[in-house]
Design a binder for this molecule. Structure first.
Ligand code: GDP
Length: 332
C-alpha cells in the first residue's frame, strides 16, 4: 500500500481532475497503478460525476502490432492530427507483459515530446505492478480517469505481443492493427490472434518497399472471414508515421468507425461487455487475493490437502471454497 495513496484527498482530486488539472489526473492514475485501497472511493466519485454531469464518452482507440512496427511514432502522429481537429487527447501506454517491470520498459517508449507541453494532451504510461489481475483490471480504471478529465479521444498503446495485447484491445471502441513491410507481419499477426480484432488496419512505413504486398496479403487473409450484412468493413490504409503521411485518413476512418458503432448499437453493446468484464475481474481478483495469500495458510491449502488425501474431491472442495468466501463481503 503506497503512502502517496493514503495521503490523498480523493474528492478534491476527482474535482480537480474533472476540471482538467493534469497533476490530479496523474495522481489518480497512480492510485490505479498501485492498486490503492482508495480506488473504491475514486471510482464511486467518478461514477457520481458521470451521473450528475453526463460527462465522459471518450472514443477509446487501441493501437496494437509487433514491436518496431511504429506504434509509438503513430501514436504521436495521431495525437497531432486529433489536436488539429480540436480534440482533447489522452494517451495511455500500457505494459501488460510483466508485473515486475514497474514501467521501466516504458520509460523510453513515449516519444511524445511534440505534445509534452500541450495542456490538452495527457500522456501516461502504466505497468501492472500491484495488480493481481494485471492490466485487465487497471486499464479500464485509468480510462475512466482520463474520460472524467474530459478527454474526447484516448489512445491506448500496448507494449508486448500476444494474448495480453488482445485483452487490451478488447477495452477499445476502435482497434487499429499496425503492420509494416519487411517484418513478416501477416504471419506474426495471425499467430498472435490479432488479425481478427482490427477495426482498421494500417500499413505503416509505406515509404519502404513491400507495403503494397503486405496490403495484398492482408486483404486475402481478411477476405477469408465472412462478414454479416451491414457489418463494418475494416479498411486497410497506408501511412508514413514519421512524416504524418496518411494519418489524416486514419483519423477520418476512426471517426467513421465511431459513427458506425453508434448507429449500429455496437458501442453500447461493447461498453456493457466491458463493464461486465471489469466487474468480473474485480470480483475474481478479490476472491483470489483471499485464497492465494502466500504468507498465510489459507482454506485453500486445507482443502488441497484433503483432496490429495482423498477425503474430498475437487468439485466438492471448490464448492466449499466458494461458500466460505462468498459468505463474507469483498474487502476494500
Ligand atoms: P513501436 O515499437 O511499434 O512503438 O515502433 P516505433 O514507433 O518505436 O518505431 C520503430 C522504428 O521505426 C523507429 O526507428 C521509427 O523511427 C521507425 N519508423 C516509424 N514509422 C516509420 C515510417 O513510417 N517509416 C519508416 N521508414 N520508419 C518508421
Amino acid at each position: 500500500m503506497s503512502r502517496r495513496g493514503i495521503a490523498a484527498d480523493v474528492p478534491g482530486l476527482v474535482e480537480k481532475a474533472r476540471s482538467g488539472d493534469a497533476r490530479s489526473v496523474a495522481r489518480l492514475i497512480s492510485l490505479v497503478e498501485d492498486a490503492s485501497p482508495l480506488l473504491r472511493e475514486v471510482m464511486a466519485g467518478l461514477a457520481r460525476l458521470k451521473k450528475e454531469t453526463g460527462a465522459g464518452g471518450a472514443h477509446v482507440i487501441g493501437l496494437t502490432g509487433s514491436p518496431g512496427v511504429g506504434k509509438s511514432t503513430s501514436t504521436n502522429a495521431l495525437v497531432g492530427e486529433f489536436r488539429k481537429r480540436g480534440k482533447r487527447v489522452g494517451v495511455l501506454a500500457v505494459d501488460p507483459s510483466s508485473p515486475f517491470s514497474g514501467g521501466a520498459l516504458l520509460g523510453d517508449r513515449i516519444r511524445m515530446q511534440d505534445h509534452a507541453l500541450d495542456p490538452e494532451v495527457y500522456i501516461r504510461s502504466m505497468a501492472s505492478r500491484g495488480h493481481l489481475g494485471g492490466l485487465s483490471w487497471a486499464a479500464p480504471q485509468a480510462l475512466r480517469v482520463l474520460d472524467a478529465a474530459g478527454c474526447e479521444v484516448i489512445l491506448v498503446e500496448t507494449v508486448g505481443v500476444g494474448q495480453s495485447e488482445v485483452e487490451i484491445a478488447s477495452m477499445a471502441d476502435s482497434t487499429v492493427v499496425l503492420l509494416a513491410p519487411g517484418m513478416g507481419d501477416g504471419i506474426q499477426a495471425a499467430k498472435a490472434g490479432i488479425l481478427e480484432i482490427g477495426d482498421l488496419y494500417v500499413i505503416n512505413k509505406a515509404d519502404r518497399d513491400g507495403a503494397d504486398q503486405v496490403r495484398r496479403e492482408l486483404r486475402s487473409m481478411l477476405g477469408l472471414s465472412e462478414r454479416p450484412e451491414g457489418a463494418w468493413n475494416p479498411p486497410i490504409l497506408k501511412t508514413v508515421a514519421q512524416t504524418g503521411e496518411g494519418v489524416a485518413d486514419v483519423v477520418d476512418a476512426l471517426e467513421e468507425h465511431r459513427a458506425h458503432l453508434e448507429s449500429s448499437g455496437d458501442l453500447a453493446r461493447r461498453r456493457a461487455r466491458r463493464a461486465r468484464e471489469e466487474i468480473e475481474a474485480i470480483a475474481v481478483t478479490a476472491l483470489r487475493e483471499r485464497w492465494g495469500d502466500v504468507h498465510a495458510r489459507t482454506e485453500l491449502d486445507d482443502l488441497a490437502e484433503r483432496v490429495v488425501a482423498g477425503e474430498s474431491d475437487p468439485y466438492a472442495a471448490a464448492d466449499e471454497l466458494l461458500a466460505t468466501y462468498t459468505e463474507r463481503p469483498l474487502p476494500d
